[in-house]
Design a protein around this ligand. Structure first.
Ligand SMILES: O=C(O)C[C@H]1C=CC(=O)O1
Length: 98
């Protein structure tokens, strides 16, 4: 199951710099672990925003929720999830099913 996920990060401006550095390091390590597993095949920075647009390829809604809720930045994010379906005009679909 494919999902587009937009994550907007809102860290408190007065967050302690060591706490912030620790959360960001853990976030990077965890996100790269999930990316390596194949369940998070794309992550893009949204230009001009502290946000990313990601694609997840997971087995269930519950699995996506588990991944997202374990992100160290989860308490500081607004997350928008869009389930994806194939588009009938997608030429890649034609190539896969001529
Ligand atoms: O910087 C971000 O977009 C937030 C977050 C998502 C993955 C990651 O490594 O950081």
């Amino acid at each position: 199951m494919l999902f587009a996920v937009k994550m907007d990060v809102h860290l408190p401006p007065d967050m302690d710099s060591d706490v912030k550095a620790d959360i960001l390091a853990r976030e990077k390590a965890y996100s790269q672990e999930v990316q390596t597993s194949g369940e998070w095949p794309h992550i893009w920075r949204c230009v001009g925003q502290y946000s990313n647009l990601s694609i997840f390829d997971v087995d269930s809604n519950q699995r996506l929720h588990d991944i997202l809720s374990q992100l160290p930045l989860f308490p500081y994010m607004h997350i928008d999830v869009t389930p994806l379906a194939t588009h009938p005009s997608d030429i890649a679909l034609l190539e896969r099913n001529p």
